[in-house]
Structures are given as structure tokens and as C-alpha cells.
Design a protein. Sequence first.
Lengths: 111, 591
Amino acid sequence: MTDDKGTTPGLTADLTVDTPLLRRAAEIADHAANALRGDGTCEVFRSPLFDAGLGSSAAAREVVDAAGRRVLEAVDGARALAVRVAMAAEKIRTAAEQFERAEAWAIRGPR
Amino acid sequence: MTAPLSSSTSGSTPTGPRRGEGLSLLRLLAGLQGLPDPVAAADELLAIDAETLAGWFTVARRAAVWLWRGADVLADAIPALAAAWSSPTPRASIAALREAAVASRTVVVAQADAADLACHTLTQVKTHVEAELGAAEAAVAALGPTDLGVPLPGGSQPPSPELQRILTELTAQLDQRRVRATETLHSLAQSLRADPRDPIESLPPDDAAAAAAASTGPRFPAGTPSEAPFWAKASGPIPAQPAPVPIDAMNLERLRLDLQSDDDATREMAQGVRASLIQAEQAGGVAQLLAYESADSWSQGRAAISVGDISTADNVATLVPGINSAPAGMADGLNDAAALRAEAGRQSPGKSTAVVAWYGYDIPLGFAAGVSTNPISKVDSVLDVLNDDNATDGGAVLARDIDRFRQWAPVGARFTALGFSMGSTTVSSAAAQGARMDDAVLMGSPGAGDGVPTAGSYPHLPADHTYVVAFEQDPVTQTPTDLVATSISTLLSGPRITGPDAEPFGVDPALADFGAQVVDASSNMPDIRMSESLPGPIGWLAGPVESAVFNQLQAVASHHSETNYLSGRSMQAAAAVVLGHYTDVPIKPGR
């Protein structure tokens, strides 16, 4: 069953898009990516802990090993997330662009 | 009444030399009484370096701040998206990213808090140990000769109940402190079992990367800012199953963003890396961007490109360049990588080899290879030539990168690290810092780096798996390099109190005493020498000097190049090492 416009009830919904606001959302996501990236784009951290620095027990060695890795993973994680957020921002921007193109096409009609 | 044993130990908290004497006395008396040495247990507890642990976790706190700020800003994006787009999907994606940031931060903060608590407890333990040692020393000092059990003529030591009580109590107290320290460390180890990246890595796979994999267009991003993202341009038939995400999808995405950067240094480096990827793909069929970090006006950035597919390789060689190189201009390094791969293929046609050109450390004189850095950074980069500091730092990074490469390579793949010039010092430092490699090849090395006296200094690399190629005609591998670097360093910074460092790059690995396998190979370049003859008395003096300087410079220019080391007989030897064909490597005695 279709309505008088030829659409099927329940299968469509109005899509509301505000492209300037969409671009603003992308900018905010860019800021978030920058925040996640931290203050140095290429800062390399290196664990100062050495094997017996906390003693010779198994627990001490486990801590040295794990602490060395986990701190670096915290930095890596933040940077990896920064990349994903930057990608999301780019997608939003692309979507805004596509919506604008579609809108222009709808107004002008096909050439 | 008994006199104190020593007036110098009568204080309540002896320190310095008094403490040393007191501890020696406790140790001696315990031995004479047949009791365990309490000072040994105390020494281990006092040696715990809680401050360094606390300092290291300040880095984690910085990451926690980044995650918190990122999550905070992302929270603003969600209502903006809700107002901008009626579809719930985009804001759900952003919300998921924000939740990952919050969850990761929670792990990081919990671990940093646990580390702080542990450091506090360990510091307390040390304070208690100091106090208990001091009290025991004071108690022993107050004992008279009778209570102390002065040795009898004939050497026997009568039991001294009071002394035994003091020493036994001290040992019991120290045991308690040790248990406390161990429990604290155990608790911290438990806290550190969570991986802060888990919330981020458990996000749904990014469809962008999948789109990139499925894309039928060029794999490497174009740089025109007006173009849509490369992952948004997937064309052709939609695959029934999503293609696997390429291992370098994230790095390629980062590269694509940098190609549009407003920062000249960032953009120029990205353009150079993109050109290198295309060059590597032409040479190896498959090229992968295994590491990528942006350049800026202070940093040359980082890049590692694999010639050949690392995910299917039987052998993975990582080639580390020397000074005058930078990620923005990797053409020469990629040519050498491709040549090494071709030679390995020639020697062992049935095996696949990937050679990674690793421009992953802060390479001295990188600006000479076309990086737009600021003047201060350039001066800094020039000074970096004079010692092995960058190689040492780079070694730690190389060790981490090799660990990552191992995750992408097939199980059982052989890993070899080859370094030229300062790159060889970097490879040596990486091995010394525990890098997991099957073999190392040090070519044209100015030294093995600080703290590497012999090839036995590498924790995971047997000495006979370290190969050294040092052409006799190459002055950089000889003592003059150290002398020149030391002289310039002294001129610039003045003589140091401790005296100039005679070996700013460490021991020559080609020395017999170093204990590595020295490859029997000669330079592939002709030896060009000149003899200066100027007229008159000045010429008699100046001519030989000019000739000597010219000949040294000429020798560096002719013989000290990565391409020269990766040619002819030395190239064959390097490829044989990469393949593990050790009997094909010609060996000679060290210097």
C-alpha cells in the first residue's frame, strides 16, 4: 500500500540534515582528534625501568615488564583513537559535501 | 657498666660512612653468630627504585589527560550531530568513540593510581628498613664486650643471647618488609594486566579501512585536498565478503590526512612517503607502510616501508639507514632494500623475503635529505652526529617496531636487522635493549654504541649471530671517526670534567675482542687517492696535509655508502645472513 505520493508507509522517514552544522560537528571531532593526539606528534617514550630495578622477585620483574608495556600502550591507544576520530570527522565532512551536492542537483535538476 | 662499642655509631639515625661501618659490623656479627646476613635483605629492599617507576607513570597520566580531553570534546560533537543529522547512526559512532576514550582512560588512571600507591608503599618500606637498621646498629653499639661476644683466644665465638635477639628481631622485621614489598608489587602486577588499548581495539572495525581494502582504485592516497577520502571512493562491484583490512590501513589514512596538511614540513614528508610507497610497490609488487608518524618543523617524522608482503614473508629484513637520511626522501634506501630482496630471491628462489626500509629514528642531518625543519632543529641535528645518543634512543624504538612487525609476519619468519653507519649503531642498541631478532648485520659501523662492549651484550642475540661488514678502505669504521667526533664535540662544548669520550659511538664491532663474525669482503668502489704538490717551502708543508685530508674525504665519499656495502660480495653475504645460509657467509678474523 502506498500513499498519494507513491511512498510506502513505515519504510521511509524524513531525513533532516543541516550541512553547516554537520561541518561544525566535524570540526569538533577534529579538535577531539588533536586533543587525543597529545602535545607531540612524534614524541617517542622509552621505559626507564630495567630488569632488577624493583628487586629480584618474580612480582618485581612482572611489574617492570608490564609497566614498560602498559604505559606505552596507553600512549599508543590515545594516538590510535585520535586517528579513528580524525577519520570519523572526515566522513562527516564528506557526508556534508554529498548532501550539498544532492541538494544542488535536486534544485537545479539534472543537466 | 659497659662502654659503647663505637662512639661513631651512637647516633639514632647514622648515615654516610657511619652507616657503612655499622652495616659492616652487623653483617660481621651475624656471620660470627651463625645467623643469616640481615644486611643483604635490607640492601635489596633499599635498592628498589620506586621513584623511577613513579616517574614513568607520569607518561601514562599524560595519555590519560589526552583521553579525557578527547572524550570531553567528543561529548560536544554528539549534540551537534544530533541537531545536524536526524539519522542516529553518526552520533552513535561518535558516542562509541567517546566511550572507548573514557574506558581506556579509566584503565590508564587505575593503573597510574595503583603505581602511585605501590610507589608510596615501597618508599615507606624503605624508610622503615632504614629506621630498623639504624635501631639495630644503635642497639649493637650499646652492647658491652661481654654481650657482644668478643672472640675468644683461639677464634671461637661464644653465643651472645642479647646480640642474637637483636639480629633475629632485625631479620624478622626485614622479612615482614620484604613480604609487604612483594605483596605491593604483586597487587600492582594484577592492576597492570588490563590493556588500555582494549576498549579502542574492540570498537567495530572501521568501514573506512574495509572500503580501502575493497577499493579497486590506487591503494595509496592521492594528495589533492579537494578530493574525497580514498576510502570513500570505493567503486566496482560490492564484494560478497568484506575484504580483510590491510595491516597498514591506519598509517595510510594518517598519510592521507597529512597530504592535506597546512604545515609545510608535514605535507612535504607525506608527499615523499607517498612517492616512496609507489617506488616500493613498483620494486616489490607489494608495498606496505608499516610505520608512519607525521613530521613537523621540529621533527622529521617516522616511516617504515616494506618492499614485499610482510604478512607472507619467510624472511623479514629491516634495513636502518645512516645520517643524511630522512623519511621524506627514502629513494636510496628503498633501492637498497629492493636490491637486497632481489639478491635474497636469487639465492633462494623458493623463499619469500620482505625488506623493510626503516626510517624510524631521529636521523642526524635529516634536513640534508630535504626536511623543512627550523634552524634550531637543524643545529641540533648537526650536533647529533657527534655521538650515539640518537642511535640509543632509536634502538628502543626499533626494538618495539620489530615486535610489531613480528605480529604481522607469519609465525616462524626469520627476522634480521641490518644497519649502515649510524644505523648500525642503532641496530646494535636495539639488540642491547632486548630486540628479538635472529641475526644482526652491522655495516660501516662507527661503533656498537654505549654500553655494548662485546657481541655478548645482546640479551636475545647470540654473539655468533652478529655479523660485521667493515671495509678496510672505509675511514668511518676506523679510529679517526672517534677522534674527529671527539675533537669537534670538545671544541663546541669545551673539555668535560670527566674528560672527552674516547669512543663516542662505542667499541668498533670489527675488533676481534668484540666477538662478532667479521665478514670477509672488500669495498666495491675503486680507491682514488691524490698527491698534492705545491711549489715552494709552503707547498712542502701544506701539500701532504692537503693530500691527507682530501684522501680521507674521498675515501668517505667513495667507500662509506649503504649502496657500496650492499653490493658485490658484501651484498651476497648480507643476503645469505637474511636467509640463514650461514655457511655461505665468508668470515675472517677481526681486527
